[in-house]
Design a binder for this molecule. Sequence first.
Ligand SMILES: [Fe+2]
Ligand SMILES: [Fe+2]
Length: 308
Amino acid sequence: MEYVSIRVSTLRGDQKINFNVFVKINDKHILYLRQGDSFEGVRLKRLKEKKLKKMYISAEDEPGYLDYMKKNIEMAYDNKSGKSIETRGEIIQGQQQSNVDQVFENPENVQVYNDTKQSANQYVDFLMRESKAVATVLNIENIDKSKSHHGVSVATLSVALAEKLKVDPKIVQMMALGALLHDLGHSTANLDTSKPVTQMNADELKLFREHPKLGAQIAQDKKHFDQLVVRIINEHEELLDGTGFPAALKENQIDPMSQIVASCNAFDRLVTFENIPRAEVAKKMIIERVGQYPLNHLQGIAEIIKNL
Ligand SMILES: [Fe+2]
Ligand SMILES: [Fe+2]
């Protein structure tokens, strides 16, 4: 039998699968989930805990899989589908995560980038239109400390913050794409980004400090990346007091959209990779990081988090 790989993040929600799913162990494909199973709740959690990114289906089941994905997404974006916002949010979060992984793996692919951009626009509409959308997505824990899940969390929080700051919705869409892809520079480097920065050794820290510039170079080389996206990738670790990296820019040199993503990135890093409880992070940042991030951002994030 011939197999094709599929992303685990595309298997979400209570729609039954119409194909068998396999895992690969020592070059052998082992049946993991049967036709008729679905991926909500406990089963999804177990799957994430395994930190599997890819699974396999038989090549002849591919049309069935594509059909499953299409139905899943249509249902998730339809607020009259009768499905809970949690199920819908899980499916949509998974789709965005899968998009980020695809761009990270194929930054040269114009089609992948354009699909991701279009899908990000639809995602921003969902976040702005449905009152529980932001909370639902942010409440999906990044169990396996995935970079692409981190991208979706940063984008989601950035959109909520931008809404509070009354940013023009057209710019918010482009900012969201930049936020999804902000850690593109981590896609090639051999660095374990899941650990706290405070636990990195000198070599790891050096790699870590290179990632914005590296990501911006990858994006700039491919002519299809939008300029604001490249800029956000390059500037998301800059700080208002000029102590950030890669260029130690001053406040007036950092694009306002990069500043929003930087604030939200710092927040999610502390929650996801430094393991600090969410409610504490908001307070901690206001006390310890004021001067590095705009105070109205930190206060805005604190309010958003309080309402989750
Ligand atoms: Fe980063
Ligand atoms: Fe990040």
